[in-house]
Ligand binder design. Structure first.
Ligand SMILES: Cc1cc2nc3c(=O)[nH]c(=O)nc-3n(C[C@H](O)[C@H](O)[C@H](O)COP(=O)(O)OP(=O)(O)OC[C@H]3O[C@@H](n4cnc5c(N)ncnc54)[C@H](O)[C@@H]3O)c2cc1C
Length: 294
């Protein structure tokens, strides 16, 4: 499958090993996606650079109202984080929904995003939260909004043969007085990728009479986690309320372009599902915003 296996202890060492590989070495974090892809022959490489021993990339912390999550944090780290549960519970909920306990124990948030599945359960809320990814390479450090990290045709603008995603950061919705929520439907509760998932962020203006920001992200209904721009526009123009949420969810479901799938159901069914789940998630996010003590 591959000829060499390395286990660096630092980011610098990992980057040096990737560079030595000259485009034929590849980052491995938890390996829950990569090992299957190598085994099936969907990907090939000469060397694997296993970064799971780089302890500096595994943390969840808060500083000045901003949350910082190391790329090697596992889904279990996110699911069990008291800090996330308080500041951004939608992300903890999304991590809890991933795979099985075994997958959550080794699968990482960085791998979930770089693997670029449109259904990726943590990528959808991270995009709703306006997360910024920090990427390091021998050329230096760059910071990219998740919105800009995805290619419209699928995949991410990051090369795992020479670059490392090290961190995500975003403003805590609690600190910003925002309401956020995650919604998901799968065929069964464990070990099933979502038929549909969504995350929303609502930032109320003065007196909650209007919204200063509204983000709706949906998956897997396109080649990448999809912003429902028309749904967001309804909210920004009209504000919050059950009737408005119904309209926004209807607009979002029109933007969703799922494919017919033997595993996930027909496109028609999934568009209807999008409407219902986006509506419910908007209600939940608004309830979360309103339950804050001013
Ligand atoms: C049985 C099963 C069930 C699953 N269920 C779900 C589910 O419900 N929801 C869901 O979203 N996913 C699910 N997954 C997919 C997978 O577990 C997740 O996507 C996981 O988060 C991937 O992380 P990883 O650390 O294992 O990535 P890896 O497999 O190690 O890597 C994935 C890709 O990202 C690259 N990469 C990883 N980390 C970095 C980094 N820091 N910098 C640069 N490149 C990097 C690798 O080179 C590779 O291309 C499931 C997988 C399995 C096998």
């Amino acid at each position: 499958m591959y000829r060499a296996y390395y286990r660096p202890k630092s980011v610098a060492e990992a980057l040096a090993l990737l560079q030595e590989g000259g485009g034929r070495a590849r980052v491995l974090a938890g390996g829950t996606d990569l090992m299957l892809q190598l085994k099936k022959g969907e990907l090939s490489c000469d060397a694997v650079v296993d970064i799971s021993g780089v302890k500096d990339l595994r943390y969840i912390r808060e500083e000045g109202g901003r949350l910082y999550i190391g790329a090697l944090s596992t889904h279990t780290d996110l699911a069990e984080s008291a800090l996330l549960e308080k500041e951004a519970p939608l992300l903890a909920a999304a991590a809890r929904s991933v795979g099985s306990l075994q997958i959550r124990n080794v699968g990482t948030v960085g791998g979930n995003v770089v693997n670029a599945q449109p259904a990726a359960d943590t990528a959808v809320p991270l995009m709703a939260l306006k997360a910024v990814a920090t990427i390091v390479s021998p050329a230096g450090v760059r910071q990219v909004f998740l919105d800009d990290l995805y290619r419209p045709e699928g995949g991410v603008k990051l090369d795992p043969t020479c670059e490392l995603l090290t961190e995500f950061s975003f403003v805590s919705p609690r600190a910003a007085g925002a309401g956020a929520a995650f919604g998901r439907v799968a065929r069964r509760r464990a070990l099933a990728l979502p038929v549909f998932n969504t995350a929303v962020l609502l930032v109320p203006g003065a007196g909650r009479a209007f919204l200063t920001e509204a983000r709706i992200v949906m998956g897997p209904v396109a080649r990448l986690p999809l912003r429902a721009r028309q749904g967001e526009r309804v909210l920004l123009e009209q504000g919050a309320g059950e009737e408005i949420f119904l309209q926004a969810a209807a607009a979002a479901s029109l933007e969703a372009a799922p494919r017919d799938s033997v595993f996930r159901g027909s496109a028609r069914y999934r568009k209807k599902l999008a409407r219902v789940i986006v509506y419910r998630t908007l209600l939940q996010a608004w309830e979360n915003a309103c339950s804050r003590v001013d």
